[in-house]
Design a protein around this ligand. Structure first.
Ligand SMILES: Cc1ncc(COP(=O)(O)O)c(C=O)c1O
Length: 480
């Protein structure tokens, strides 16, 4: 069994465990396969026997392998490994206005209600975020240069942060200059400005279905119509359907989340990213790329952005630090390509500037705070939380569900039996003290009635385990 090289930091046994876990997740080591004996493994890896034992013990603790008496170690056969992925519908849909969905505001406000278990909004636990370090950075900046913190951080926004972003963009496959960026008030403002820059009220925008409900809200507010294009939970947007739709409908822009899509978790393969650009760029159709989850792969290297394949400024790349550092700081960015000048004007007229101190604190953290180290810890935490939640869901939800298996991000998309109404489940779950996000929120035409999205942004705990069991019980009741 050839074992790939371990990642570069952390205790050796943990790094070996991560490598083996990756092999198990990608099925190079399948359910029921035998692992090398501890002695063999220590010889292969040129590590001590105790280190090899610790690596195996870590995997045993995570429920990934089991020791069978007198036979050795085997990859555990878990129901979560064999559950199917959620279904999706490839029919071409009608252009629609997004229905007004009242659970939306409730889901966001429920997140700040400590009485509710936070399985609804896609937000990380504050315990996983570097709150102290960011606060210290902000305090130091305010003391060092009190005037700077009080002044406007006028468009295009902090040069210090734009320089840090430009440096990081190499990791996204891009290599931008600081002047390519404009700092925004979170990813929400970046997307909203991108739509305003590229569309007029009444225009039609191609969106993924299901998609992040904030995109739906923004389209509705800007009086834009949505053309829903199906997205599957593995490879992302269905290009055949998009190509078919382009023949019939005039599309002014396309908004999508190629890396670890919310809610389905798909990662668009590079060949598909290229094909998407080949389809839209020659027609002059702008692509608004939401890359908010791009840094959150569970294994391996960061996926490249769609923007990395952009030949002529057709892609408007949007992102933020809401899923990695501090949703409340509202620090985001956009690389506007051909629309940059227009974006700068729109931003100036709508909000003039960003909040200076949070922007500078994020820039400082990127420069000196150990952002890469923080990301490694965070990715590991999200990966484990997603895995634990998958196992708990499979153990207690009704038979026959479909469940996403994201390679990044921290949400799960779950297809329940057809007769389960997720809005009813959402209401019952709230009464039981649990928030969740019902499927129709993610669909321009109110579809996905029997789907839910679960937030896995919180460290696994007995409370979460109990809550998933309660949801399973409620779903079984509704399944009849
Ligand atoms: C895909 C996606 N885009 C944008 C946002 C909002 O980002 P921000 O908080 O930076 O405005 C979210 C938040 O859940 C999201 O999931």
């Amino acid at each position: 069994m050839p074992v790939p090289a371990p990642p570069v930091s952390g205790p050796l046994y943990l790094r070996l465990a991560v490598v083996l876990e990756g092999m198990i997740q990608h099925q190079s080591l399948g359910p029921g396969d035998r692992l090398p004996s501890i002695r063999q493994f220590s010889r292969q890896q040129k590590v001590s026997v105790p280190t090899a034992m610790n690596a195996y013990a870590t995997l045993e603790d995570r429920g990934l392998i089991e020791a069978r008496p007198k036979s050795g170690y085997f990859v555990k056969i878990r129901r979560a490994d064999i559950v199917r992925t959620p279904g999706w519908d490839r029919r071409i849909r009608k252009v629609t206005d997004f229905a007004s969905l009242d659970p939306l505001d409730t889901i966001l406000s429920d997140h700040s209600d400590p009485a509710l278990v936070p399985l609804g909004a896609a937000l990380p636990s504050p315990d996983l975020l570097p709150g102290d370090k960011l606060a210290r950075a902000m305090g130091a900046i305010a003391r060092r240069a009190p005037g700077a913190g009080l002044s406007y951080d006028v468009v295009p926004g902090s040069e210090t942060l734009r320089r840090e972003l430009a440096r990081r963009s190499l990791d996204w496959g891009c290599g931008f200059q600081p002047e390519d960026f404009m700092i925004s008030n979170g990813c929400t403002e970046a997307i909203s400005l991108a739509l305003r820059a590229t569309c007029m009220p009444g225009d039609t925008v191609a969106v993924e279905t299901p998609t992040y409900f904030g995109i739906a809200s923004t389209l509705r507010d800007q009086q834009l119509k949505a053309l829903p294009i199906p997205v599957d939970s593995v490879n992302g947007l269905d290009l055949d359907t998009l190509a078919g739709a382009l023949r019939k409908t005039k599309i002014s822009a396309c908004v999508l989340i190629p890396n670890f899509q919310n809610p389905v978790g798909s990662l668009m393969p590079e060949a598909r990213k290229r094909a998407l650009i080949d389809l839209l760029a020659p027609r002059g159709i702008p692509i608004i790329e939401d890359d908010i989850y791009g840094d959150l792969q569970h294994q391996g290297s960061r996926p490249r952005c769609l923007k990395a394949f952009d030949p002529d400024g057709s892609v408007l790349l949007c992102g933020s630090f809401s899923k990695t550092l501090a949703p409340g700081y509202r620090v985001g960015y956009i690389v506007g390509g051909r629309w940059q000048e227009r974006l700068l004007r729109l931003k100036k007229n709508s909000s003039l500037a960003n909040a200076t101190l949070p922007t500078l604190a994020v820039a400082e953290f990127l420069k000196h705070g150990g952002y890469d180290r923080h990301l490694r810890t965070l990715r590991q935490a999200y990966r484990i939380q997603v895995e634990r939640t998958r196992e708990a869901v499979v153990a207690s939800f009704p038979e026959g569900i479909g469940l996403s298996r994201p390679q990044g991000n921290f949400v799960l998309w779950c297809e329940l039996p057809a007769q389960v109404d997720s809005i009813e489940l959402w209401k019952q779950a709230r009464r039981a003290g649990i928030s969740l996000a019902p499927g129709p929120l993610f669909s321009p035409d109110g579809g996905y009635r029997n789907f839910i999205r679960l937030n896995c942004g919180y460290p696994w705990s007995p409370l979460l385990e109990r809550s998933i069991a309660i949801l399973g019980h409620l779903a079984r009741g509704l399944a009849g």
